[in-house]
Design a binder for this molecule. Structure first.
Ligand code: ZN
Length: 308
């Protein structure tokens, strides 16, 4: 079994609980693991990863292919909802566990799109189940309009991974947010590939965006298929700040810095998923980031080394 599969299997067994007990609120004629979020907007998620798709009169735009198995299910769900062709599959960011499976949508005739930074990374670090996007986009903002529906693609700078894109449908006031916010769950394990201070800045900027509902790539809300709200963004930001404050409170008490992650407690969050398992790892990461300086970091011009 590959490391990726082991990780996925482990995460599935640990985290899946809430994902499998979704209610059947708007289940009339909707395929499995699919929920209607707004007019023409759907979420899809059979396990720990959630995608979003937007149906218009001129085709479908899908966000987050995850992997081949997920993409097959997502495509099936789209086919059950509409006869419109899938025109576009857009990646949220570079990581293998989110941006794999694109071939399924390429075979279905869709164009695959990612931000320039994600594209460059994917080119340099091919994943076994990943295909290079057909197109990439640059800068901080791209608006796509299909069949009268507009989707805004926001690149908010460094935060997590490369080319991280936050999506917003201005008319429906719906957002799609990957990895930057996971409602009612601690930060992911050792908080890999997050620049924490830039992440906090990004969360503040997301709070300024106008949306009512967000589909989150990972979600521990009671009914994760229904997404969440902006409150989930604010709670993630508050968690990071509460954790940092708790670490500094231990410093103030004179606790040996190497002991701090093991003793720090945040009872306010004890009901969040993975509190017992991940709090110490989260604390190590926040502590090290403030000790060593922010990482990963990159200059403004991004990771492209094509011209060097
Ligand atoms: Zn990621």
């Amino acid at each position: 079994m590959s490391i990726a599969k082991r990780l996925l299997a482990g995460m599935t067994s640990m985290l899946v609980g809430a994902a499998f007990c979704q209610t059947t609120v708007s289940a009339q004629a909707l395929p499995d693991h699919t929920a209607k979020i707004a007019e023409g907007v759907y979420s899809y998620g059979p396990g720990d990863y959630f995608s979003m798709f937007v149906v218009t009169d001129e085709g479908v735009i899908a966000i987050e292919s995850v992997n081949t198995q997920h993409s097959r299910g997502l495509l099936q769900a789209i086919r059950a909802v509409t006869d419109q062709p899938v025109k576009l599959m857009v990646h949220s960011h570079n990581h293998w566990d989110h941006a794999s499976g694109g071939q399924v949508f390429r075979d279905a005739g869709a164009t695959i799109l990612a931000h320039d930074e994600a594209y460059e990374w994917m080119k340099a670090n091919p994943g076994g189940d990943m295909v290079l996007p057909d197109e990439s986009w640059g800068g901080n903002r791209k608006d796509i309009t299909l069949g009268g529906t507009t989707i805004e693609l926001h690149y908010l700078g460094m935060n997590h991974g490369l080319g991280m894109t936050v999506f917003r449908l201005p008319e429906q006031k719906v957002a799609y947010i990957a990895d930057l916010v996971t409602p009612k769950r601690l930060l992911f394990t050792i908080v890999p590939d997050f620049n924490i201070r830039e992440w906090e800045r990004t969360l503040e900027e997301i709070i300024e965006l106008d949306f009512d509902i967000a589909v989150y790539s990972h979600n521990q809300n009671a009914d994760p298929l229904q997404g969440g709200t902006k409150q989930d963004v604010a709670e993630t930001l508050q968690f990071i700040r509460d954790l940092r404050a708790a670490i500094y409170a231990e410093f103030e008490k004179g606790t040996n810095p190497f002991m701090v992650p093991g003793v720090v407690r945040l009872p306010k969050y004890q009901d969040w998923a993975m509190y017992d398992q991940w709090l110490e790892m989260n604390a190590w990461r926040v502590l090290l980031d403030d000790w060593m300086g922010p990482f990963p970091w990159q200059p403004d011009h991004g990771p492209s080394i094509d011209n060097r």
